[in-house]
Design a protein around this ligand. Structure first.
Ligand code: NAP
Length: 489
């Protein structure tokens, strides 16, 4: 089937100016497409790295891997970069590629509806747009999960979620509570241990901690990276790091593998050797397998946990009162500041946007059981609509930049069918998605994420919502779409 679309300039709308949206805009321009608009609900680019500004914020993926392949950065200061540096990196890329003029800031897409082979878009500013393609780059972890704790509104001190940090609140010599022990809670506790008068870490579930040395890149190394593109490419594609990532990916997909046992040994040794007080050690010992929750990399959380002003508490937060937190055993601890490092609603993706595909099918209907997308990028009945870092993509200590780049390579081949006039619309078939999901769910249940713990990797049915195969299998799958899995109209 052909159409007369081939020679006109298609219009591309990208939702979100975070890491993936920036990538999409650059790649489109590189391919000679210039009719692009990026809608960004906030007043700045950066996504996660704009929203998270908490003390201690650090990317736990090595800096040179958490970098676009086409925009290497000789200036990274450390092996694991501070959050502000990651934000600055994305801002520098946006400036370098002159993207500011195609981004509409403070403009949220509220509605997308497919009719007459186009997406009809409405925004929070009352504007309308019309696009041939929509690329949803809305990120995964951007709806803070605020627990409903009795009495929370009565607290007289300051209380806020980790992704809504209130920088006007003083922290030095204050009595601080941190609720939550994910990557975020661990980083905050580590950063505040030296500053707080007292710091209570409410850890409902302890975490396995992978030790890491967060080395600094010397001025000589940075100068080398600046002046020698081969050296810079070398560190970006460090074969040792590559091998480690691949090994990690095998470990999480095969919980009985030698690679997983090696991880278990390292984190167990870390706990045994780092924590001297046997009672505290047991409080910090998880009762589930390593990497079942996202594995936490930390250089000095265990140092922070042993400081005299730090208390690791295993009791739950029963109630919040005007002066502090009351535990289930009746103990009241008084605080000036309570930080909720309680994570995100990871199943929201593009929602609460109203998205209506062909035949009036809404996203809510399509996702009534769980968010799902064929190969993580395309939803049946939602033609010419593609996701980056959508549902069931690889998660687990990988560089999401790398994942998004592979997904872009795949998506661009589907868009080319429309761009080149082979068809007017393309979306995954229902059959392909059902078969994909069947295989994905069966494999996901066997992965380490399904080995018996609570985490944001699990969907509402308790099944890991992730890519369950290895990273190299993902890379292979993203090389070329199986076009037979798609409906062309
Ligand atoms: P998270 O991993 O979902 O952890 C949330 C924590 O809050 C858990 O410890 C959870 O306890 C606890 N919690 C939730 N509700 C609670 C309640 N009502 N009472 C007591 N505790 C409660 O969230 P996160 O730490 O923000 O991390 C989310 C993800 O963000 C990470 O896995 C990672 O992918 C990403 N992240 C990345 C970096 C990085 O360096 N790249 C840094 C930070 C975050 P339970 O375990 O008992 O449920």
């Amino acid at each position: 089937m052909t159409n007369n679309n081939a020679n006109r300039q298609h219009r591309y709308v990208i939702i979100g100016a975070g890491m993936a949206g920036i990538l999409a805009a650059i790649k489109l321009r590189e391919a000679g497409k210039h009719n692009i608009r990026v809608y960004e609900k906030a007043d700045r680019i950066g996504g996660t790295w704009r929203e998270n500004t908490y003390p201690g914020l650090t990317c736990d993926v090595p800096s040179h891997s958490y970098t676009y392949s086409f925009a290497p950065n000789p200036e990274w200061s450390r092996h694991l970069p501070p959050g502000a540096e990651v934000q600055a990196y994305f801002e520098s890329v946006v400036a370098k590629y002159n993207l500011e003029d195609i981004i509409s800031f403070n403009e949220e897409i509220t509605q997308c509806e497919f009719s007459d082979d186009q997406w009809h878009i409405k925004t929070s500013r009352g504007n309308s747009d019309c696009a041939d393609f929509v690329i949803a780059a809305t990120g995964v972890l951007h709806h803070p999960r605020i627990p409903r704790i009795e009495g929370m509104e009565t607290f007289k001190g300051d209380i806020f979620h980790s992704a809504r940090w209130d920088h006007s609140v003083a922290l030095d010599n204050k009595r601080i509570a941190v609720v939550g022990t994910g990557s975020t809670g661990v980083q905050i506790v580590t950063a505040l241990a030296d500053r707080a008068a007292t710091l209570c870490h409410y850890q409902r579930t302890p975490q396995w901690i992978m030790p890491v040395v967060n080395g600094v890149f010397s001025e000589e190394e940075k100068a080398l990276f600046r002046n020698d593109p081969v050296a810079l490419k070398g560190i970006q594609n460090d074969p040792e790091l590559e091998a480690n990532i691949e090994r990690f990916s095998v470990a999480i997909t095969e919980p009985d593998s030698a690679a997983m046992h090696e991880i278990e040994n390292i984190v167990t040794q870390n706990l045994e050797q780092s924590i001297s007080d046997p009672e505290l050690r047991e409080r910090l010992r998880p009762q589930y397998r390593a990497a079942c929750k996202r594995l936490i990399y930390s250089e000095n959380f265990y140092v922070a946990a042993q400081k005299p002003n730090v208390d690791i508490l295993i009791e739950g937060v029963d109630k919040i009162e005007e002066n502090g937190i009351r535990s289930a055993d009746g103990t009241l601890r008084e605080f000036d500041v309570i930080v909720l490092a309680t994570g995100f609603e990871a199943d929201r993706f593009m929602r609460p946007m109203t998205i209506t595909g062909e035949n009036g099918v809404t996203l809510e209907q399509a996702w009534s059981e769980r968010p799902s997308a064929y190969m993580s990028v395309s939803i049946p009945d939602f033609p010419n609509f593609f996701m980056l870092n959508g549902p069931s993509g690889p998660v687990g200590n990988f560089s999401l930049i790398e994942i998004a780049e592979h997904q872009w390579h795949y998506i661009s081949q589907l868009m080319a069918l429309v761009e080149n006039g082979v068809c007017r619309k393309v979306s995954a078939s229902q059959y392909a998605l059902s078969e994909f999901d069947k295989a994905r769910i069966a494999a996901a249940k066997k992965s380490i994420f399904g080995s018996g713990c609570q985490s944001w990797y699990l969907d509402a049915q308790g099944i890991p919502a992730t890519w369950p195969w290895t990273r190299s299998q993902f890379k292979e799958a993203m090389k070329k779409p199986n076009f037979a899995a798609y409906c062309l109209g």
